[in-house]
Design a binder for this molecule. Structure first.
Ligand code: SF4
Ligand code: SF4
Length: 361
């Protein structure tokens, strides 16, 4: 397999190491050592040494959610996310993607979303229509919100309306390329999708990015792939925190006591931990659960639920258990995909709220 020398070095450093296996949300959910970083490295090293074929480890390669908890924990600085994404790219180039991943990739290329959806819900279409006029500020809703959790996309629009912000919403929003980046890494197709999205964003002064996964990709990965965005890009949470600070968004005490689920894309990749907390504290009392801020534990997403739904349910249930363990009765998330994942878990002990739920009451 044609991996970079850097990736090969990281693979050979990880393959016999156990130091981060306790932190992997997938490994903890499946209970299998094979789901963790070091086992993935061992599999890739066997392919590199021609002991097994790449196709034999591909299911395992797609078990990683790329949350970076291992990278964050690694005291020696090795990076399983890097070699996992490079292996996905190599599998795509060699035509060795599993069929269920090929379907998702084809949907991204044909429909602009991995789910193969072609329509947004009526309520979102209606809410977006009210912001069809070109302004200086674009609210980028993202694929998951638009196609899978459209009621949350509507709430994001309502939050900015509540603060009397003048903003635009696109009826035919371009894909950010985040899903393709997850599925096939730095492939030309992902970069082309990113460049097309950047062209659209560059027609605005400011782009408010609702989905933390899009924010991570636009603010970090675009630079790595040489895709330029001249518009100012801000996360939805940092933008809303500023609206509160300026007095543009009025706050009320909901009398709720909540804990906050840090999306790793905000807390680890973009180092944004306090802005969401400032928002929450303006509406509720905030407690902290085990493993917060950059030590957060991922709570699942919609894309991986397409091919491993039972594991996603377990990942969400385990994070809800962390909240329950400190007596929390409400958990607030700033990530639309984690929100959907947590909502799917069948339980009634902990109320699952989005930041928008808290603001809109
Ligand atoms: S990332 Fe670090 S801690 Fe985790 S398996 Fe690799 S070397 Fe060990
Ligand atoms: S990136 Fe996350 S899911 Fe992947 S091996 Fe590391 S901790 Fe596990």
């Amino acid at each position: 397999m044609n991996l970079s020398e850097k990736s090969k070095q990281h693979v050979d450093s990880c393959r016999f190491c156990w130091m981060c296996h306790h932190i992997c949300p997938i490994g903890n959910a499946t209970g299998h050592e094979r789901s963790t970083a070091r086992a993935r490295a061992l599999g890739i090293s066997l392919v590199n040494r021609n002991a097994i074929d790449l196709s034999e480890i591909m299911d395992n390669i797609y078990e990683c959610c790329t949350c970076g908890a291992c990278v964050h924990t690694c005291v020696t600085g090795w990076d399983p996310v890097m070699f996992t994404k490079e292996t996905r790219l190599q599998a795509a180039l060699e035509g060795k993607l599993p069929s269920y991943i090929n379907t998702l990739v084809d949907n991204c290329l044909d429909k602009g979303n991995a789910y193969g959806k072609t329509e947004i819900c009526e309520k979102l279409a209606e809410a977006a229509k009210a912001h069809a006029k070109k302004t200086d500020t674009l609210l980028l809703l993202g694929t998951d919100a638009r196609y899978m959790v459209c009621e949350q996309a509507v709430k994001a629009i309502r939050v900015l309306e509540k603060a009397n912000v003048e903003f635009s919403v696109l009826a035919d929003e371009p894909a950010s390329g985040a899903q393709l980046d997850f599925l096939i890494g730095a492939a030309d197709e992902a970069k082309q999708q990113m460049a097309a999205a950047a062209d659209v964003m560059n027609a605005y002064d400011t782009v408010v990015i609702y989905d933390p996964n899009d924010a991570k990709v636009i603010k970090r990965i675009y630079k790595e792939y040489g895709v330029d965005v001249s518009a100012k890009t801000v996360t939805f949470t940092s933008y809303v925190a500023e609206l509160i600070k300026n007095g543009d968004l009025k706050t009320t005490n909901t009398e709720k006591t909540v804990v906050y689920q840090d999306p790793y894309q905000l807390s680890r990749d973009l180092e944004e931990t306090e802005e969401p907390r400032e928002i929450i504290k303006a509406f509720a009392t905030l407690n902290e659960m085990l493993l917060n801020r950059d030590e957060t534990v991922w709570a699942g997403n919609l894309l991986m639920a397409e091919y491993m739904p039972a594991v996603m349910n377990e990942v969400a249930a385990r994070r809800i258990f962390n909240a329950k363990s400190i007596g929390a009765t409400a958990l607030v998330t700033a990530c639309v995909s984690e929100y959907a994942s947590l909502k799917k878990a069948e339980q009634t002990d902990v109320e699952i709220l989005s930041i928008e739920d808290l603001i809109l009451g």
